[in-house]
Design a protein around this ligand. Structure first.
Ligand code: HAM
Length: 421
């Protein structure tokens, strides 16, 4: 029979890798909590218009990467390609603004984009993200970047470079857009097909094109930072000074524009040197108009998302120990099986991680299984042990064993405190 395989571009996280995955999530949560964030759990499906209105009708994500289907009532539903739009929707829908002077929210979970799969690029990928609503000050941007830097440091991840830019606001961006059109006008025919379209609808995205020829053509293009209005310029200068004060190193990249339309002012990416073509491990920026654009009250906001698969590939997972069931119960014969089952139930009630294999077999074959599972301790119960009211406790590492009164085994396991016990 033909074997069914996973869909192209999606990934299983298997035991051995999932421990590092959990570790990273826990580290992120701990750090976010220490910065005053609370978790928000957002749906995986939303009405399509939420994404088209926030991410932008003419972005790659909305134009060609969303998984969209008609619901049974005819409304268009989309598997979320990112989390920010949903968090904003929820912030507005539940009037979170009335509950607190500002909101700091984080989320994690799978996102879906039908991109061309390659190393570090998946069609289902995980993000851990955070959003702050109600604080427009440039120091907030620096605080977020400081938080991310602390997370990378705490995971011992080096070689990640923070790049920042300001892409202005609706007041100064049209001026910059025109400057770009003027610059690219006589180079138009040389641009790739995509960028010829971008020239018309959103020339900023030409700066972000991966084609080497477009990249070369864009080398002398005007810089966003030369066209900022005075408010955006002082915000950008403030972010840079605050990053210096917080001890966060960064480089300013005037070509960084981002692929989502909702950004205003600060835009940033953390680039992992060893990640290859898909090198942004985290990215985000300020989006001061999105809450209002989606029907809420005017509220400044800033946030980021981390790509968990990319973060994981930068992380030395050798530091995280794989979890194995520390206690394996071996039994010999039917009567011993009943006693073993009772003991296993007691161990579980006590929260002691333990397993047994109900298919039985010889002492040798059960010991081999315990060895394969890397259990630290084996409890052996056979006919003799039952008669004497004892169990044999074997230390698999030291290769020693002793007889212990059955009534004392739980206390004994608790005292010795082997891994996971
Ligand atoms: P984004 O740049 O589209 O921004 O994605 C953020 C991160 O998600 C990327 O830097 C990357 O690590 C990861 N990522 C994106 N696409 C893929 C993919 N196909 N495969 C694997 N990883 C991927 C956003 O999503 C914004 N919502 C960030 C944000 C939050 N801005 C403000 N708040």
């Amino acid at each position: 029979m033909k074997q069914i395989q996973a869909i192209k571009g999606v990934k299983d996280v298997l035991p051995g890798e999932s421990e590092a995955w959990q570790y990273i999530q826990k580290r992120a949560r701990d750090i976010f909590h220490s910065f005053g964030y609370s978790e928000i759990v957002i749906p995986i499906i939303e009405f399509t218009e939420l994404f088209s209105r926030s991410i932008g009708e003419t972005t790659d994500i909305v134009e060609k990467e969303m998984y969209t289907f008609d619901d049974r009532d005819g409304r268009k539903i989309t598997l979320r390609p990112e989390g920010t739009a949903s968090v904003v929707r929820s912030y507005i829908e539940h009037n979170l603004r009335d509950l607190a002077p500002f909101s700091k929210l984080y989320y994690s979970g799978p996102m879906f984009r039908r991109e061309r799969p390659q190393a570090g690029r998946y069609r289902q990928f995980y993000q851990i993200g955070a959003e702050v609503f109600g604080i427009g000050h440039y120091m907030m941007d620096a605080e977020i970047l400081h938080m991310l830097t602390l997370l990378f440091d705490s995971l011992n991840i080096s070689g990640v470079e923070l790049q920042i830019n300001s892409i202005g606001c609706p007041r100064c961006r049209p001026v910059f857009r025109e400057a770009l059109r003027t610059y690219f006008n006589d180079k138009r025919s040389e641009l790739c097909d995509n960028c010829q379209r971008r020239f018309e609808i959103n020339p900023l995205r030409i700066l972000d094109c991966k084609s080497t020829h477009c990249h070369t053509l864009a080398e002398k293009a005007p810089k966003t930072t030369d066209h900022l209005c005075s408010d955006c310029l002082s915000h950008f200068n403030g972010v840079q000074e605050s990053l210096d004060k917080a001890g966060v190193s960064f480089t300013s990249n005037p070509r960084l524009v981002r692929g989502l339309d909702y950004y205003t002012r600060t835009a940033f990416e953390f680039i992992g040197g060893s990640l290859g073509a898909q090198n942004a491990v985290a990215a985000g920026g300020r989006y001061d108009n999105l809450v209002e654009e989606l029907g809420g009250p005017s509220t400044p906001a800033v946030g980021f998302s981390i790509g968990v698969e990319r973060l994981l590939s930068l992380f030395n997972s050798g530091r995280v120990r794989r979890q194995y069931p520390p206690v394996f119960i071996v039994y010999l014969g039917d009567e011993a099986m009943q006693a073993a089952f009772s003991l296993l139930n007691r161990l579980h009630r006590e929260g002691i991680s333990s397993v047994m294999d109900y298919s039985g077999g010889s002492l040798r074959s059960q010991m081999r299984k315990a060895d394969k599972l890397k259990s630290a301790r084996v409890i052996i119960i056979g006919g003799d042990e039952l008669e004497k009211g004892v169990v044999v406790l074997r230390d698999m590492e030291a290769k020693t064993q002793e007889e212990i009164p059955a009534a004392e085994i739980i206390a004994r396991l608790k005292v010795t405190g082997k891994p996971g016990i």
